[in-house]
Design a protein around this ligand. Structure first.
Ligand SMILES: *Cc1c(COP(=O)(O)O)cnc(C)c1O
Length: 354
């Protein structure tokens, strides 16, 4: 396969032709003190802080701060209402409903499939190999002329492992559609992020989020990093004011707390190692798969029974036993020291029904 990446050929025609909504604040640039252009309430908001003005549609303050933290120019960043918004926009930009297809590598994150179904886009599944790494040969045969995107998740959810970097590079180098690398858990991994490779690969889209390591799941802020041309497409499609002012304010404040976040990452990884070592000794445990994230996949003798027994003790883990290649598996998020001890005790008190 010779790589011939051409963004224009990949985009849907309606998106190429699309004239995006132009908001009041898009049309005015410069200094002013009286804003009578957007039908806002000029008197204020019934809150301590005023939220009566529409927020910056491009969220530049956050992007400049993220540019510093990530070492990526602000023009290469898109911000969405969670990563899920970025995933949905990718489908709408590139995939003609009922015609185009995307490749997913299960077991992996469920939203790629749900979003494909919402957008009436065919899914081709190429399962991971036994070791939860990519099956490059099977990937190559699954690609046809209507394959627009390949979703890779590294570290992968629910398996927890990094995908091998050389394999990801092979996909980037040989596929001339869009390669989406979901790095929701990259902060916990020893792997380098692919966001430094944007100039190398015009077909690369990297997804990250503030929902995991950054501890901001409730604020809903997902990030996509890509070429300026691809980010331009995201900006055309997104709702004009997709990130509210309250989220923008709080995210800007939270981004100053990076040293606290880095401490938590170290703690989560060391707590994970401790917890895994102890769980490995329990009779209920069949296997714990190596993890590069803040969770791990544990194969048990009776996933359903163990899950129910934990629920009765007020402890919720994720039952993944019905997921392809995950028979008997529970996915467990690393908690605080106290929470992990409660989990261990909960599992010790589990007695199989015979
Ligand atoms: C949690 C998670 C996300 C984050 O989604 P948000 O919408 O940003 O909260 C994205 N991808 C994967 C694989 C995840 O596990």
């Amino acid at each position: 396969m010779i790589k011939m990446f051409n963004l224009d050929n990949l985009l849907r025609d309606n998106i190429k032709r699309l004239v995006p909504y132009s908001s009041a604040r898009d049309e005015f640039k410069g200094e002013a003190s009286i804003f009578l252009d957007a039908n806002e309430n000029s008197f204020g908001s019934p809150l301590a802080k005023a939220y009566n003005r529409y927020p910056d549609p491009m969220q530049w303050k956050i992007k400049y701060k993220l540019a510093e933290i990530k070492g990526v120019p602000p023009q290469n960043i898109f911000l969405g209402n969670g990563s899920d918004e970025a995933i949905d926009i990718l489908y709408r930009a590139f995939c003609r409903p009922g015609i185009d297809n995307v490749i997913l590598c299960p077991p992996t994150y469920g939203m790629y499939e749900v979003s494909a179904n919402i957008n009436d886009v065919t899914i081709r599944k190429v399962s991971l190999a036994e070791n939860f790494q990519l099956d490059l040969a099977a990937l190559e045969t699954a690609i046809d002329e209507n394959t627009k995107m390949i979703f890779l998740c590294s570290p992968n959810n629910p398996t927890g492992n990094d995908l091998d970097r050389e394999d990801i590079e092979a996909v980037l180098n040989n596929f001339d559609g869009i390669v989406v690398i979901d790095e929701a858990y990259i902060n916990f991994s020893k792997q380098r992020s692919f966001i430094q490779e944007l100039t190398e690969y015009p077909n690369l889209v990297v997804l990250q989020t503030l929902s995991k390591a950054w501890g901001l799941a409730a604020l809903r802020l997902g990030m996509a990093f890509a070429s300026e041309d691809i980010i331009h497409v995201f900006n055309k499609i997104k709702p004009p004011y997709n990130i509210g002012q309250a989220t923008q304010d709080l995210v800007l404040e939270a981004l100053e707390g990076i040293s606290q976040v880095n401490d938590w990452i170290k703690t989560a990884v060391s707590e994970r190692e401790k917890l895994v070592a102890e769980l490995a000794l329990l009779p209920v445990t069949e296997n714990i798969y190596p993890s590069d994230a803040n969770f791990f996949l544990m194969k048990t003798k009776d996933a359903k029974g163990i899950y129910n027994s934990l629920v009765e003790q007020g402890i919720i883990v994720r039952d993944r036993s019905k997921v392809e290649m995950c028979a008997g598996c529970l996915r467990i998020t690393v908690g605080t020291k106290e929470e992990n001890e409660a989990l261990l005790n909960g599992l010790k008190s589990y007695t199989p029904v015979v």
